[in-house]
Design a protein around this ligand. Sequence first.
Ligand code: ATR
Length: 269
Amino acid sequence: PDRYVVIGNPVAHSKSPEIHAWFARETGQNIRYDRLLAPVDGFRAAVREFIAAGGRGANVTVPFKLEAHALSDELSARARAAGAVNTLRFEDGRILGDNTDGVGLVNDIVCNAGIPLSGRRILLLGAGGAARGVILPILAQAPAQLRVANRTAGKAEDLAREFDAEGPVSGSGYEVLESAFDIVINATSASLGDALPPIPPAVFAPGAFAYDMMYGREATVFMRFAAEHGASVRDGLGMLVEQAAESFALWRGVRPHTAELLADLRTRL
Ligand code: ATR
């Protein structure tokens, strides 16, 4: 079988091997997909070794996404925009870097949740790596407006400016948020510490949709806050599955179905 890995540190918790094994069964592809724990200072060596052993591709997770970007001989437009790589393809001695996180988010919202982004007012919370990675794919959906808001307002303003040419995007702090949004996406790491970005409840338009890129057995504090203010909510488990599906499609040229797997993972969180 063709070999793939997820490289990270830590990586023991990664659901990627299980997800890709499921995709392989579903599409009848003969692959082997393992976890690869690389030392924090040993990412490049681990990749070279895996290529030498015949590896065909890799997913890259914390803390190596920036290094994977730097290591790539060739970058997709979305990986360049994200400034980070989560998917590597090894082909004829070259390392091709891509980023499927943003498309994974968009596909989970648009296809799985059935919420179109086109023409909508979208608020993106956070201006770190997770936020950066989804801006281009969101703008590609032609929203009416994308506001990036962050605790450190200057970071959001700078980030928005970088994507100026791609669509109607602006940046600000949280305090100045006054208008309502149809879709609010949490790309901060605040949920990890059970914290909530200080957003005014008025950001949720009637019938708003709120998305947290984090997931867990329980709803995050952001999801609870959004629900209290009338929004319908969704966590990031579907994004995890969809970014994997996009990587799988890139490697294998076939797109797996995801609904059944997503439902199954949900029962085992
Ligand atoms: P990631 O790769 O997950 O995006 P990151 O690049 O470190 O990680 O970015 C973390 C993001 O979460 C930032 O937008 C950060 O806000 P600041 O830029 O102001 O630091 C945001 N964040 C983290 N903890 C937060 C909290 N308790 N409240 C609000 N925002 C928070």
